[in-house]
Design a protein around this ligand. Structure first.
Ligand code: CA
Length: 228
């Protein structure tokens, strides 16, 4: 795992934050510290983090609320910290969207190991969702750039593929020819809008029975959607 990992630590006890920081520093992970719930939420909203280590008992805004609020905004992995003897309901924590929890005092090595496990899981999840895209009977594999329609592979040129991928990533949205030239071909200007028409025509031919996925919106442009 690379050293660009950014960890948000929300914890009011100075000693505990220090311990966590040192533990992750050994792994070359960057920790960012918030000393209360309010501060933690503000930091979360203003930067990107790979994982959140969140104390439950916090001043200003408690850890439960912070957890629920972060989950509303993102699916970043969240690990709760709880003190032994503290009233802690793990089911409640999971319901609020926490991924794991660890009881204080814990060994720094265990904390790091658990955080790594969460990061790996999150990583696998994001590769899963980003490498393939399914829209109706169209399946697009972004890693291999293969497209199958109703399990039949179709052969597309590079630009036909890019065009279909772009429309499929933004289903039901109508794009003008100029917008497509910009998004797919990268032409800011001087592009010929007819280029789009010829590619759409080719794409429809290759899609055969499924050509109706691409709709012409007269006077505007094109969109892709699963026909009813
Ligand atoms: Ca605390």
């Amino acid at each position: 795992m690379d050293s660009n990992v950014r960890i948000l630590v929300v914890e009011d006890e100075d000693k505990m934050r220090e311990l966590i920081k040192i533990a992750f520093k050994k792994e070359n992970y960057n920790t960012f510290e918030a000393i209360n719930g309010k501060h933690g939420l503000e930091m979360f909203k203003n930067a990107k983090f790979d994982i959140v280590i969140l104390d439950v008992m916090l001043p200003e805004i408690d850890g439960w609320t912070v957890c629920r609020e972060i989950r509303r905004l993102s699916n970043v992995p969240i690990m709760l910290l709880t003190a032994r003897g503290e009233e802690f309901d793990k089911l409640f924590g999971f319901e609020l969207g926490a991924d794991d929890y660890i009881v204080k005092p814990f060994s720094p090595r265990e904390l790091v190991a658990r955080a790594k496990a969460l990061l790996r899981r999150a990583d696998a999840r994001s590769t899963d969702t980003s490498c393939s895209l399914m829209l109706g009977d169209i399946l697009i594999n972004r890693l291999s750039r293969e497209i199958t329609i109703n399990d039949e592979p179709i052969n597309l040129t590079n630009k036909e593929y890019e065009l279909l991928l772009f429309l499929a990533t933004n289903p039901k949205i109508v794009f003008t020819r100029e917008q497509l030239l910009l998004k797919v071909w990268g032409y800011e200007q001087y592009g010929d809008p007819r280029t789009v028409d010829t590619h759409i025509k080719k794409l429809r031919e290759k899609m055969g029975d499924y050509s109706s996925y691409i709709t012409t919106v007269w006077g505007v442009g094109y969109k892709l959607e699963v026909p009813r």
